[in-house]
Design a protein around this ligand. Structure first.
Ligand SMILES: [Cu+2]
Length: 466
């Protein structure tokens, strides 16, 4: 049976967007605004358009809102990822082998719900991304003070057409003034299949966050609708405090300056639940057990594989092939839907920022063996006391639970002088999840330190420069 979805393009996304973009009711859609010839024409013609239109449209911010494309377009859907197929996993409670999943397409093992990056695709074309979710969800970032917009379209689940779940984007830890854009569905709205909604964020607080779908959240988060997001500080670009002009926070003294940054997103896969969702069964969440612990959606040694197609600039457009699939790392087509490498590369003497966020359900203890980590931020907050004293600290292990984030900077040691990079291991020292109880895999990756000046400057987060 072919579980790849047929491309579906006939959906009334425009109607959904028109109806749902404005919390105060219908307003001019982008198309209507263009039809009226922009702001000037609207102002001139406003008398004939009625009071609702005048009230909404004549405020410049409102008109801009209608006329501005989102910074990032996401779709919510399902898909398949690749985890080590051996050893297989037999579920005592379900009485079947749940891993690898017998329904999985060639090269894949595990069913997911997830997000896919539809940036650059027209609203109808993005329905081609049905069944092409990635894990973890697309990494994205905003600048402090930026009006950042994320458009979410629910394109449905190919494997579970019976399951008409809604989706949302919940930016975990982000201070929303109103619940409207919070994504928690009982306090706000959620996006049914075929519909589109644009979340608007005013990014005030720099730091590392995570985001996830908040509908049936135990299930949707665990199934893969979760990823890392961060906010760059206003201090960014000021090269007088640290030469690169890149900072984790508005520290005022350059102490959070860095040369390279790497997102490290922790999540888990409990094979029972993924099998159950693919096979129209109900998982029993109180039986939860993490069979796989993932870094950036992969397990070791796949964590060391290079990126597939990921966002390389602030336009967030990614490369796809003619079948709308993400480009895979060379020689690893099975990792196409796990595009984000967890490898860390740097030059000796450079400062490297690791942005950790954990949306697995278990506590992690990430250890960098042989290099001290300077913890500068926690839960998107600079570690400073009320009087400004530095509450940051040095450690080689950061312990954090579900929903927590940490920012840690290390200075890459001198290169040993041997050929190739020096290798340091970054791993979860919670034993069962460092090796997934299978003698391998798990939340483990490497830091590769090259001789000073060997690698050119980083162009985007997690850029390996290899
Ligand atoms: Cu969802």
């Amino acid at each position: 049976m072919n579980r790849r979805s047929e491309p579906t393009t006939k959906h009334s996304v425009a109607e959904g967007e028109r109806a749902m973009t404005d919390p105060r009711g219908p307003l001019l859609s982008r198309r209507q605004l263009l039809k009226y010839g922009g702001l000037t024409a609207v102002a001139v013609g406003a008398a004939g358009l009625g009071p609702r239109l005048v009230g909404s449209v004549l405020q410049p911010a409102r008109a801009a809102a209608a006329d501005r494309p989102p910074d990032l377009k996401l779709v919510g859907t399902d898909g398949w990822i690749s985890l080590p197929p051996s050893p297989s996993i037999f579920s005592q409670s379900l009485g079947v082998t749940v891993h690898p999943d017998s329904y999985a397409p060639d090269g894949r093992t595990t069913y997911i719900f997830g997000f896919a990056n539809a940036s650059g695709l027209a609203d109808d074309v993005q329905f081609n991304l049905k069944n092409k979710a990635q894990h973890s969800a697309p990494l994205f970032w905003a600048r402090e003070g930026q009006d950042f917009r994320v458009q979410l379209t629910n394109v449905g689940l190919a494997q579970r057409p019976d399951l008409f779940d809604e989706h949302t984007v919940h930016w975990h830890g982000f201070k929303n003034v109103i619940p409207f854009f919070d994504g928690e569905p009982t306090g706000s709205i959620s996006i049914p299949q075929g519909q589109t909604f644009t979340y608007v964020y005013n990014s005030h607080d720099p730091g590392t966050y995570m985001y996830h779908c908040h509908v049936e959240d135990t299930e949707h988060v665990h199934m893969g609708m979760t990823g890392l997001v961060f906010v760059r500080p206003a201090q960014d670009g000021n090269t007088s405090l640290y030469p690169s002009g890149k900072y984790a926070y508005n520290d005022g003294d350059g102490s959070t300056g860095f040369d390279r940054e790497f997102a490290m997103f922790l999540s888990e896969v409990w094979a029972d639940s993924h099998w159950a969702d693919a096979h129209i069964q109900l998982p029993e969440w109180s039986d939860y057990r993490a069979d796989f612990s993932l870094l950036n959606g992969r397990v070791y040694p796949d964590t060391l594989q290079p990126h597939g197609s990921i966002a390389q600039d602030d336009t967030f457009v990614v490369q796809r092939d003619g079948s709308w699939d993400l480009l895979a790392p060379a020689g690893r087509p099975d990792l196409a839907n796990q595009p984000l490498s967890a490898l860390v590369t740097c030059n000796a003497g450079e400062r490297v920022l690791l942005r950790f966020a954990n949306l697995g359900f278990l506590e992690a203890a990430m250890t960098l063996a042989g290099i001290k980590l300077h913890v500068v931020g926690r839960d998107a907050t600079l570690l400073r006391g009320r009087t400004g004293f530095d509450t940051g600290y040095e450690t080689n292990t950061i312990s954090f639970g579900a929903g927590e984030s940490f920012d840690a900077i290390f200075t890459a040691p001198a290169h040993s002088g041997g050929s190739g990079p020096d290798t340091y291991v970054l791993y979860n020292r919670a034993y069962a999840r460092g090796d997934n109880l299978a003698g391998g895999g798990g939340q483990r990756t490497e830091v590769h330190v090259y001789p000073a000046g060997a690698l050119p400057a980083q162009r985007f987060p997690n850029d390996l420069r290899l």
